[in-house]
Structure formats: C-alpha cells, structure tokens
Write a protein that binds this ligand. Structure first.
Ligand SMILES: Nc1ncnc2c1ncn2[C@@H]1O[C@H](COP(=O)(O)OP(=O)(O)O)[C@@H](O)[C@H]1O
Ligand SMILES: [Mg+2]
Length: 178
C-alpha cells in the first residue's frame, strides 16, 4: 500500500464484513506532537480473543478465498516504520477499534492520499451504514455524519452519482480549509 487512504479503505472493509451498522473514522493531524492518527471504530461482530491475539500475524484470517490476511499487518508495518504503532481492541458482540499512530513528518510516512475519494467510495458503496468521519488538523475539525447527510437529502438516495460528486466536492473543500 502506498497511501494511508488505501489502508483505511482496507481496514474499513473489515468493519463492513463484520456487519457494522456504524463506522467511525477519525483522523487527527497534530504538528505539536508530530503525530498523525487514524482511528476506525465499528459496532460489528468483534473478534474472539484468540483471533485478536494473532491479528498482526499475516496468517490470521477468517477469509476463505486466500489463506493470509494482510490488511492489519501492512498497516502495522506502515506505522512502525514511522516510529508509531497500531493498536487493536475488540470485543465479541460489541465491536472493534483500530488505532494507527504515525510520525507526521517522518520521512517514511505514507501520504494520506485521496481521503475525500475514499470516504465517498465507502459511503456510496454502503448506503445503509452510518459513517461518522472526523478530520482534525491542529485543533480545527471537520465532521461529516451520513445520518445528517441523509436528513438533508430527505429521502433522496445517498448513493447516486450526483450526490457522490457533491459529497466529494464538499469534503475536499472542507479538508483544504483545515
Ligand atoms: N473490524 C473487525 N471486526 C471483526 N473482525 C475483524 C475486524 N478486523 C479484522 N478482523 C479479523 O481479523 C482478520 C484479519 O484482518 P486483515 O488483516 O484485514 O486480513 P483479511 O481481511 O484479509 O482477513 C479478519 O479476517 C477478521 O477475522
Ligand atoms: Mg482486511
């Protein structure tokens, strides 16, 4: 993976597969502590302790199509190479929290990439999931909650190309202003 937004897409996919109804995506960029953190929380089925214990190991996977799971180990590597780390907390029947911390200005830190594009992709591909995306840069916050977007849309589906385009422009311009 070359961009953090693509890691995010992959990790959020785990939440979707786990049956999450609400997915929180929280990004914090902080110059003072020189950290960039990405947190993905979900209310999906969670992991039993034995799966959680081995989840950084590429040979832990519940998928049947290939024998190795790479999403979490790859993000773990991306964090570690910048002096950061990946922590995962999960409770069966409750949900999962994945927190990636990276060195913001570390030379090996991958760029965020197309965050707006990835968020819109997640939203439009999963119209029944509530996404709460918060992006904070040095204390300035932008928040997008699809529950509120759906209220404004007033019955119009969120997964149309027009709404997708509008959301992408809205997120991009709000991120630029942070
Ligand atoms: N949010 C989550 N909720 C429940 N289980 C999860 C979650 N994230 C990861 N897992 C479990 O950890 C395994 C490894 O995840 P990952 O490293 O992304 O590889 P893969 O998705 O290819 O299996 C998954 O197969 C799944 O069993
Ligand atoms: Mg995965």
């Amino acid at each position: 993976m070359i961009e953090l937004s693509l890691h995010l897409l992959d990790i959020a996919q785990n939440s979707i597969v786990a049956g999450a109804k609400t997915i929180g995506i929280t990004i914090v960029e902080d110059t003072e502590t020189d950290t960039l953190s990405i947190e993905i929380t979900d209310d999906g089925k969670g992991m039993p302790p034995e799966v959680l214990a081995g989840v950084m190991d590429p040979y832990t996977t519940s998928r049947t199509t290939r024998k190795v799971g790479l999403g979490l180990p790859l993000l773990n590597d991306a964090c570690k190479s910048t002096g950061g780390k990946l922590s995962i907390d999960s409770e069966l029947g409750k949900g999962t929290e994945v927190l990636a911390t990276l060195g913001l200005t570390h030379i090996d830190r991958q760029p965020l990439g197309d965050m707006a594009g990835v968020i819109v992709m997640l939203i439009t591909a999963n119209p029944l999931i509530r996404f709460i995306y918060t992006h904070t840069k040095n204390g300035n916050e932008y928040k997008l909650d699809t529950l509120e977007v759906n209220e404004v849309l007033d019955g119009m589906p969120i997964n149309t190309p027009q709404v997708g385009k509008m959301l992408k422009e809205m997120i991009s311009s709000n991120l630029e202003e942070l």
